[in-house]
Design a protein around this ligand. Structure first.
Ligand code: NAD
Ligand code: ISE
Length: 336
């Protein structure tokens, strides 16, 4: 069975996902694309040689009989509307992070999905599919580390554009960690605090950079995440879990080691595309297979909601400087 996919938003990651599905993965074909910038959509069809129609908008793409499953890769504020429309149409939908830009938006999605009576949403938290994080999870789940006590993490980007402002360090960047640690530790958050070290001279005026986000979980694990989005030297994701019986560190991406000119060195990647290339492939293949079998797995809209609740509190903590409580509603049996 071949799943016919329609892509809404053919920018950077939309094109990446379309390329992967077309050239690398099995079981799906792109039959429809749309973008508010129609030239952009036409460009992707041409560059990838897709046999896909360019639709004038997301609504007509979702309604089309040529589309079995939807991928939402447009800007964050547009996600909620398209995910709700796909649920309404009864079509499986893969939504890039964030599921919606507010917890309220995510709540409307989980309500609609429950009313539809069937899981239809997979959220693009691709780190769950990264082999390094999966090894860490296995070490925790098999009790190799004993009880996890602390997590030290860093999310560093070389640079961000002018439109990236202080709260985006949470909604756009930290949102990955907010999902990853709930999943890794099988835990939820209890409170958050954000502190700001001295600002780097490379950050523009509207973004406080770096930031340190400190989270406490319900089980008492303390997590610190450095978010540093103008670090200049590379795209660098670090994570270390300290347990009662030992410490596990996320593996570095594979790279050649050079001995040259009296120096020993390894390349550091510069963007997320290469760093999580394999994870994106596994993630999207899981979506295709889930859409074909009618049983989606992976990060659910509840996970998108939980990350958004914590994210909203982290933004409040950025503003207040205080330790802010995170109150998670009870998880409905639908998402057990
Ligand atoms: P981008 O700006 O390159 O592309 C977004 C595209 O969406 C643009 O072409 C824009 O014209 C289009 N668009 C905007 N509003 C639209 C609408 N209403 N209908 C249709 N198209 C619309 O951005 P990007 O970097 O590709 O990011 C897109 C999404 O993917 C964001 O939510 C971002 O957070 C997420 N993302 C995830 C990862 C990851 O690691 N999982 C990495 C990058 C981006
Ligand atoms: C980007 O949108 C992503 O999702 C990347 O995975 C993340 O690392 C980066 O910080 C975001 O800007």
């Amino acid at each position: 069975m071949t799943i016919h996919i329609g892509i809404i938003g053919t920018g950077m990651i939309g094109e990446e996902h379309a390329r992967r599905i077309t050239l690398q993965l099995t079981g799906a074909t792109i039959t429809a694309v749309t973008d508010v910038d129609q030239e952009q959509a036409r460009g992707v069809v041409e560059r990838l040689g897709l046999a896909a129609e360019v639709y004038p908008d997301g609504a007509s793409l979702i309604a089309s009989e040529a589309v079995d499953a939807v991928m939402v890769t447009s800007w964050g504020p547009t996600h909620e509307e398209y995910v709700l429309a796909a649920i309404e149409a009864g079509k499986p939908v893969f939504c890039e992070k964030p599921l919606a830009t507010t917890a309220d938006g995510c709540r409307r999605i989980i309500e609609a999905e429950q009313a539809a009576g069937k899981r239809l949403v997979q959220v693009g938290f691709m780190r769950r599919y990264d082999s390094g994080y999966q090894l860490m999870k296995e070490a925790i789940d098999t009790d190799r580390l004993g009880a996890p006590l602390m997590v030290h993490a860093a999310h560093r980007n070389p640079e961000v554009p002018e439109r990236y402002v202080t709260p985006m360090a949470i909604h756009d960047t930290l949102i990955h960690e907010l999902d990853t640690f709930r999943w890794l530790l099988d835990d939820d958050y209890k409170n958050a605090q954000v502190v700001f070290p001295r600002k780097t001279r490379h950050a523009h005026s509207q973004v406080a950079d770096p930031q340190i986000v400190m989270l406490e979980t319900v089980k008492g694990v303390r997590i610190d995440v450095e978010v540093f989005v103008n670090c200049r030297y590379g795209y660098d994701i670090q994570c270390e879990v300290v347990g009662e019986e030992g410490v596990a560190r996320l593996p570095e991406p594979q790279s050649l080691q050079f001995r040259q000119s009296a120096q020993r060195s390894n390349e550091i990647l510069m963007d997320w595309k290469k760093r999580f290339a394999d994870a994106f492939s596994v993630e999207l293949q899981a979506f295709i297979d889930g859409a074909a079998s009618g049983t989606l797995g992976g990060p659910s809209s509840w996970d998108g909601y939980a990350a958004a609740i914590a994210g909203d509190v982290c933004v409040r903590a950025q503003e207040s400087g205080a330790i802010e409580p995170i109150l998670m509603p009870e998880r409905p049996a639908f998402y057990a």
